[in-house]
Structures are given as C-alpha cells and as structure tokens.
Design a protein around this ligand. Structure first.
Ligand SMILES: Cc1cc2nc3c(=O)[nH]c(=O)nc-3n(C[C@H](O)[C@H](O)[C@H](O)COP(=O)(O)OP(=O)(O)OC[C@H]3O[C@@H](n4cnc5c(N)ncnc54)[C@H](O)[C@@H]3O)c2cc1C
Length: 290
C-alpha cells in the first residue's frame, strides 16, 4: 500500500506551518505523529497534494502550569504525557490515560493533538479531556480561537477544526484539593483500541458532598461522550451508594455503542458502561478522600 504522490513540507515554526496551510488550504494535510494519517493515506482514504509535517515544531511540545491551569502543547507525545512530572503531580488522570494507548511505539510517535483532531470515538483522549472540561486552542495564519472540548468533538472522525487551522494547545483547569480521577479501559488484549473506556474526575468536600464531577465515555457512541445525566446524579449531592448506582445506570442508558463482531454487542457494551462507571467512580472517590 503506497500513498499517492504529495509534496512534503517541514516547517520549523508554527508561523511557517499556518502560512503553508493558508496557501494550500484543502489540498494540504497536517502530519504530527503519523500514527493515524499515514495508514489513512496508504489506504488512499486521504490523498493530500501537500503534507505539512509539524513534528519538528518544538514550541508545540510542553506541559506547564499557569494560573491554576495546565497547558499542554498539541505535539506532546502520549509517552511524554505518561511521564511528565508536572502532569503526574497536577492531573494524574492524564498520565494514567496515556499508559493505556497502543504500544510503546505508538506512544512514542502519536500526539495528543493528532488524536483529538482525528476524533476517533475509540480514541482514548476524548473522555478524560471531557471529564476535565478541557479547552482546545487553534490557530490559523490570521486568527486564534478556543472552544470547549464538548464543542470540539463534533462527530465520528469529525472535529470543529477548520482546514486552515492547527490545534496548538489543550488547557485544563487543575482540580482542587480533595479531588480524584481515573481512566478505566476494557480492551481485548494489551494495546488494543477500547471496547469501552470510562474517565472520571471528581471533587468531594469535607461533608462528603460532590462539588465537581466530570464523566467521559470512550467507544460508547459516535464520538467520545460526556455522561451528563450521570454527572447530574452526583453533583451537589452527598456521595452515597444509591447516587453512584444512579450515575452508573444513566451512563449505560445514555450510551449508544455499535454492535460489532470484534468487540461485542450493544447490550454487552452497555453492561460494561454500567459496571465500569461504578468502579471508576468508586476509585475516584477513594483517591479524593484518601
Ligand atoms: C497500532 C496502533 C494502535 C493504536 N492504539 C490506540 C489506542 O489504544 N488508543 C488511542 O487513543 N489511539 C490509538 N492509536 C492512535 C494513536 O493514538 C494516534 O497517535 C492518534 O490517533 C493520532 O495522533 P498522531 O499524532 O499520530 O496524528 P497524525 O496521524 O499525524 O494525524 C491525525 C489527524 O490529525 C491531523 N492533525 C494532527 N495533528 C494536528 C494538529 N496539531 N493540528 C491540526 N491537525 C492535526 C492530521 O492532519 C490528521 O488528520 C493507535 C494507532 C496505531 C497505529
């Protein structure tokens, strides 16, 4: 399988990259880790005339704290997010998620920005970024804008990114004290895409009342989903067995997974959603109240 012919560009700054994108528009494709784009090009599902390789733009690879927010450059590799001391100390849910992605080769090449733009409903990044209420920053040669992750993930393999834009940064509010988060993934074998995945981030006050909760679901709908009714079952309420159960039931009811011969039926995946939402909530509560 060989991709169709294209012209290769390797800008070394963001400015050069956005200029190239504005010059070539829909004839161009941005290449980051290439873990998803190269297979798609080999299958000729994408046949760009220009490939703009942004992988050497070092200004897009960082994780830093600023005014109570974690800023992550779009070119951070999954392995970088797994090992970053800043991330482990501020939002461990992110490093935990990174460990679940593919195998070491995929984690060493693939980027968080590429993964979010690719918008695969089975991709692992959407759910935790939804649970953490992340904001996505994009830039073209003329302007810059931000949207919430809820608005960024539009549909299966469809994001809100415009042709002339590059995803530059993910911004996440750092959870307060008494917070806990976890990502649980069910996979057929190590390194596989998710059969289902559940991301939970929550905060509990001294009276056991849930003051923040975010729940994101992987592979349980046409895109990564926010489990809003599950969140409503917990927010502002005292944590109890019945509230957890209500949230787990709502996650299963609001899921719309695909029936697929490899990973299981709709009923099976809904059952996994129920069981794993419950387990993930319990683990996040344990971490928050430790
Ligand atoms: C064997 C294998 C196993 C995998 N397993 C998993 C898994 O378990 N979980 C999981 O979540 N993922 C998995 N993946 C996918 C992997 O995480 C990819 O890294 C990710 O989907 C795409 O990231 P990338 O940097 O390689 O992007 P690329 O492949 O370079 O690009 C993907 C798309 O995003 C666009 N793009 C990339 N970066 C930007 C940017 N900054 N701005 C604008 N557009 C951009 C490209 O134009 C393209 O359309 C796997 C991939 C492989 C090959």
């Amino acid at each position: 399988l060989i991709p169709s012919q294209f012209e290769y560009h390797a800008p070394s700054t963001l400015r050069e990259a956005t200029d190239l994108l504005s010059r070539y528009g829909s004839e161009a494709k941005v290449l980051a880790g290439g873990m998803s784009l190269i297979p798609v090009m080999k299958l000729r599902l994408a046949t760009p005339h220009h490939v703009i390789d942004i992988s050497r733009i070092s200004e897009l690879e960082y994780a830093r704290l600023e005014n109570g927010r974690l800023k992550i450059g779009a070119l951070c590799r999954h392995s970088y997010l797994e090992k970053s001391k800043v991330i482990i100390a501020s939002i461990p849910l992110l490093s935990e998620t990174a460990k679940w992605i593919g195998d070491p080769q995929v984690r060493n090449m693939g980027t968080i920005g590429g993964s979010l733009v690719h918008s695969d409903p089975s991709g692992d990044w959407g759910a935790p970024i939804l649970a953490l209420r992340g904001e996505i920053r994009m830039r073209s040669s003329l302007s810059e804008r931000s949207v919430s992750i809820d608005d960024f993930l539009v549909d299966t393999f469809t994001s809100a990114l415009r042709t002339e834009e590059i995803l530059t940064e993910i911004v996440i509010p750092v959870p307060s004290l008494r917070s806990g988060g976890t990502y649980m993934k069910v996979e057929r074998r190590a390194g596989d895409f998710a059969t289902v995945g559940i991301a939970v981030q929550l905060t509990i006050d001294k009276n056991s009342v849930c003051t923040y909760v975010g729940i994101g679901l992987t592979a349980l709908g046409p895109k990564s989903l926010r489990a809003r009714r599950s969140e409503e079952a917990l927010l502002g309420r005292k944590i109890s067995e019945s509230a957890i159960q209500e949230a787990a039931e709502a996650a299963a009811e609001d899921s719309s997974p695909l029936d697929d011969p490899l990973r299981g039926s709709v009923e099976y995946k809904r059952e996994l959603a129920r069981v794993y939402t419950r387990r993930a909530l319990k683990k996040a509560i344990d971490i928050a109240t430790k």
